[in-house]
Structure formats: structure tokens, C-alpha cells
Design a protein around this ligand. Structure first.
Ligand code: NDP
Length: 525
């Protein structure tokens, strides 16, 4: 191990840099990804256990994670954890916390550096799992794995920074010190859409800060989470520090949130579930000794705004990639294009043409841009929204769907009113609402006119408007003259306002503070 892995102390000397994306136009890389896809194909259909305090348990009752491109292909079988097992996992994490909290930060960070190294070695293999399990294109899967590695590398360094002496004002006659200590047991509840990055990011942030974790992956993406948990096992993370609990959120979620031994919840997912968790966590349970903390990152109804001074070609390209990357299933997806009337028709025409050129189909092929949506429920919900959209605007391209997988054409609905349902509600699929604004002021008002506030983008060459947007465009992540998706760890700390969540800014210097509490120690000299 010591030959392969650098220690935290030496690794931390090197500044954090983002993982570069793999260039799949290079034949060697293409072949390597194809080989990884073939390898993972041979591993599909296995059964995975729950891991509670290091014990591996396979229940009689299981559920299947399936390939949304080909739903008769089972990616893996997973145990349906019961409420009793959920309480056992929480107990195991609580027990592990009693020792883990004393492990020095350098040692905890080392596990992240080691896991990051294994993930780099297995990058294409991890990509392949996501291509099968959630229908990511090669580039989207690779971005997901790269982001997961970035989170590990970033949070390991952040923990070492927080473990260092903290700057406080000195006074005569006293020694004062501020230290960041862990909170306790964390329920980590990630979504399926960044099933590696967000899952690994929230989990690693929690345990590097000295907490223990119950990781309950989304039920449509437990296989990639199982791969990550396997890596944690391989790097020797002590048992109980991360307990792995699969099963439906609607069955075990409330127990995870309410159990009095759970100190805090790190959740990323929908507005509905986020609000539910927020409410439950706020209610004191018998035996609970703290105010439960919640870290909640929720949905978006993000906008790309285009004014008449913009580079219209670049704007149309940005609108299309913001709307349709990973089938529009990103919290940051630009599901609204708000275009000022002077250039509305021109930009709309360009958007339609570019959308028609997108490739959709077999994501095991490198040339495919769009795959399926994640499951049948998602498909039905999105198709319902497309029907609603047809009555709220003008369907200008797309709208259809294809089987046997859950494929929905990239869909553009024009002339949508800012208050229409498809302009207000998160659809989480490849559906773009195009809205005409009277001018820049109107466009900005429309952009801010939803209950969300996650990402936004303005295409403009008017510096005064850019300055105004910096003040008035009320989103957690604001971009100019580029798409509104694709945040990089450390570069674009990520999180949103209003109903988009607690603005936790994943991948930032503030993030680990959410997973710790500060203690001040003062001694009279
Ligand atoms: P969901 O809210 O449906 O699910 C998220 C997680 O919550 C899953 O693990 C799910 O488990 C679990 N869950 C479901 N019900 C409960 C419950 N009652 N108690 C506790 N946990 C529960 O979201 P999706 O997985 O569909 O993810 C898509 C959503 O995530 C979108 O709204 C998107 O905008 C948002 N998102 C936000 C991001 C951000 O940074 N703001 C980033 C990425 C996504 P199960 O799968 O078993 O139901």
C-alpha cells in the first residue's frame, strides 16, 4: 500500500487541480472504454449486500437496478433494508463514531487520497457502471467520475486545512484555540443523477470530517454506490464508518431522518423530498440531544437569458447543451431559455436546428449524445409535461419517445408564458421552454420569477447589463456567456438559493464547515 499511495502529508503538499476529462476521440481511450464496458457487462446481474457495522447481509427481499436503455437487463440486485436494519445501521454508525472521532485528520484524509487514487485507476470501469445503470453518455459518465475524484482530493485537503491552527485574535494572558470537531452520525441521501460524484462527495465530506455515515443510495443507482463502498473497503476504512443501506427512501427514509441517534442529514434530491426531510428533522424526537442539522440541495428551474447584444450562435449552442446534456436530468439544466424579442426568432431557429442534430440512442457508443431518461416513472412524468407543454406553448421539435428503453426526444416548446407550468415546475427531462421577453429588464424578472434559484446564465456583450445581472440575477451559480451546467470542484462551488436548497456550496472552502462544529478552547496563562 505504502508504495502505491502517497501519505496525506505529502499528497497535501501538491495543490488541488481538477481531473482532466478523457479525450474519447483518441483511439486508445476509446478502446479502453470499450474494454471497460465489456468487463462491466460481464459483471452485471450480481447481488449486493447491505453492509452494517462491517457485516454483509443479503435479504430475501431484493430489488433490481436495471439499465434504462434496455430495462430487461439487470445491473444488480440489492437488498431492501427493513426499518429494523436501518436502526441497526444507525447504531453501528453511532458505535463506530466513538472511535472514529479520535482518528487524526491526517489519517482520515489519507483514506480519501487512497480512494481517489483507486478511482483514477478504475476511472473507465466506474464510467461503464454509470453508462449501464443510469444511461449516461461516455462524456457525462466521465465527468461524473472525474468530479467524484475531485471531491475526494479537495475535501481531503480541506480537512487538513481545518485541522491546522485557525486564525483567531490573540490577547494577553490567555491561550485561545478554535478547533473543528465532528458532529456524529450522518445520513447521506444522494440522488441518482450524479450517482458517483454527489454520492461520493457527500459521503467523503462527512467521514473525512470525523463523522460516521449511513449511505443510502438512490434506488435507481445503487450499483455505482456499491463500487464506491468496495473502494472504501479496499483502502481499509474501518468498519462501521460508512454503513451501506439500500432500499426505498419511502420505506426507510423517515427512520433515517428521525432516529434520535442521527445527528445530521446530507441530502441532495427533489424539492418535495427535501422539504419533507427538513420538516421531519426539525421535530425533536424522544432521546434526541441536539438540533438536527440538514444540508439540503434540491431542484432547479434554471434559465439561460439571451439579449440582443449576444453572440447568438454561442447562445444557441449554450442553450442546447444546458437543456439536453444528460437528457436534461441535471439540477443545473437550463430548462428555460429567455430571449429578448429582437433576437427571439433567430435564436429559436438556431436552437431548433442544433437540437435536431443531437444524437440519441445507444450510450455504449461513443458518438451518442443523449441516452434514455432514468426509469419508467420519469418517462411518464416527462411525457405528461410534454402534453401540458403542448397546450401551454408551441411544440417546435421533439415530443416523441422510443422504446424499449426510456428514450424521449429532445423537446423544445416555444412561446411559453413565464407563469406556465412548464416554465415553473422542474420537469427533470429533455424539455426546454422558450420564453420571449420584452427586453433585458423583463428577461431578468422572468429569470428570477420561479421559486428556485440554482444556476443561471446570461449571454450578453453589454457590460452594464452583466454588472446588473451580477447584482440582480438571484441564483447560487451565475454564468456569463457560457452554459449553465458543468460546475467544477473548487472552481465553481455549487449550490442554490430559495427552494433550490441550503446553498451548501459543494466543492468549496465552506462545505466541510457544514459537517463539523467549532469548539473554542481558552486557557489562562
Ligand atoms: P428524489 O428526491 O426522488 O430522491 C433523492 C434521494 O432521496 C434518493 O436517495 C431517494 O431514495 C431518497 N428519498 C426518497 N424519499 C425519501 C424520504 N421520504 N426520506 C428520505 N429519503 C428519501 O430525487 P432524485 O433522486 O429523483 O434526484 C433528482 C432531484 O435531485 C432533482 O430534483 C434535482 O434537481 C435534484 N438535484 C439537486 C442537486 C443540487 O445540487 N441542488 C444536484 C443533483 C440533483 P429512493 O431512490 O429510494 O426513492
Amino acid at each position: 500500500m505504502t508504495q502505491v499511495f502517497e501519505s496525506a502529508t505529502s499528497r497535501a503538499q501538491t495543490p488541488f487541480i481538477n481531473q482532466p476529462f478523457i479525450d474519447f476521440s483518441e483511439p486508445g481511450n476509446r478502446k479502453a472504454q470499450e474494454d471497460a464496458l465489456a468487463q462491466v457487462k460481464g459483471e452485471l446481474g450480481q447481488t449486493y449486500p447491505l453492509i452494517i457495522g462491517g457485516k454483509k447481509i443479503v435479504n430475501d427481499a431484493t430489488f433490481a437496478s436495471v439499465n434504462p436503455s434496455q430495462p430487461d437487463q439487470v445491473v444488480g440486485y440489492f437488498s431492501k433494508a427493513t426499518v429494523e436494519q436501518t436502526n441497526e445501521a444507525i447504531q453501528a454508525a453511532a458505535t463506530a463514531f466513538e472511535t472514529w472521532k479520535h482518528v487524526p485528520a491526517t489519517e482520515r484524509a489519507d483514506y480519501l487520497f487512497k480512494a481517489a487514487e483507486l478511482m483514477r485507476q478504475r476511472r473507465l470501469y466506474l464510467n461503464a457502471w454509470m453508462i449501464y445503470e443510469v444511461g449516461k453518455s461516455w462524456a457525462e459518465a466521465d465527468g461524473d467520475t472525474a468530479e467524484a475524484i475531485d471531491f475526494l482530493e479537495f475535501y481531503a485537503r480541506e480537512m487538513l486545512r481545518l485541522a491546522d491552527e485557525q486564525p483567531i485574535t490573540h490577547i494577553e494572558g490567555e491561550d485561545n484555540q478554535l478547533v473543528y470537531i465532528p458532529l456524529g452520525v450522518c445520513a447521506v441521501i444522494p440522488p441518482w443523477n450524479f450517482p458517483c460524484a454527489i454520492m461520493a462527495g457527500m459521503t467523503s465530506a462527512a467521514f473525512v470530517a470525523g463523522n460516521t455515515v449511513i449511505l443510502k443510495p438512490a434506488s435507481t443507482s445503487p450499483a455505482i454506490a456499491a463500487q464506491f463502498v468496495r473502494i472504501l473497503e479496499e483502502v481499509g476504512l474501518p468498519t462501521g464508518v460508512v454503513d451501506f443501506l439500500t432500499g426505498s427512501g419511502s420505506v426507510i427514509g423517515d427512520t433515517l431522518v428521525q432516529n434520535p441517534q442521527v445527528r445530521f442529514i446530507a441530502f441532495t434530491g427533489s424539492r418535495e423530498v427535501g422539504l419533507h426531510i427538513n420538516e421531519l428533522a426539525a421535530k425533536h424526537q424522544p432521546g434526541q440531544r441536539w438540533l438536527k442539522r440538514t444540508i439540503l440541495e434540491m431542484g432547479g428551474k434554471d434559465a439561460v437569458v439571451v439579449d440582443e447584444t449576444a453572440d447568438l450562435e454561442a447562445a444557441a449552442t449554450g442553450i442546447v447543451s444546458s437543456a439536453f446534456g444528460f437528457q436534461g436530468q441535471k439540477c443545473s439544466a437550463g430548462s428555460r431559455a429567455i430571449i429578448v424579442e429582437q433576437v427571439y426568432d433567430t435564436v429559436l431557429q438556431k436552437v431548433i436546428e442544433k437540437t435536431k442534430h443531437l444524437t440519441m440512442g445507444d450510450v455504449t457508443q461513443p458518438s451518442t449524445y443523449m441516452g434514455p431518461v432514468v426509469d419508467e416513472n420519469a418517462m411518464k412524468k416527462i411525457l405528461d409535461y410534454i402534453e401540458i407543454g403542448k397546450s401551454e406553448g408551441r411544440l417546435v421539435t421533439g415530443g416523441g419517445h422510443h422504446g424499449p428503453g426510456y428514450f424521449i426526444e429532445p423537446t423544445v416548446i416555444a412561446d411559453v408564458s413565464p407563469q406556465a407550468r412548464i416554465a415553473q415546475e422542474e420537469i427533470f427531462g429533455p424539455v426546454l421552454a422558450v420564453i420571449k421577453a420584452k427586453g433585458f429588464d423583463d428577461a431578468l424578472n422572468i429569470a428570477n420569477g420561479t421559486e428556485f434559484g440554482l444556476t443561471g446564465s446570461l449571454y450578453s456583450n453589454d457590460q452594464q447589463r452583466i454588472e446588473r445581472a451580477k447584482e440582480e440575477f438571484h441564483v447560487g451559480n451565475l454564468y456569463f456567456n457560457r452554459k449553465c451546467t458543468g460546475a467544477l470542484v473548487g472552481v465553481h462551488p455549487f449550490g442554490g438559493f430559495n427552494m433550490s436548497g441550503t446553498d451548501s456550496k459543494a466543492g468549496s472552502r465552506d462545505y466541510l464547515l457544514l459537517f463539523t462544529q467549532a469548539k473554542v478552547i481558552s486557557s489562562k496563562k
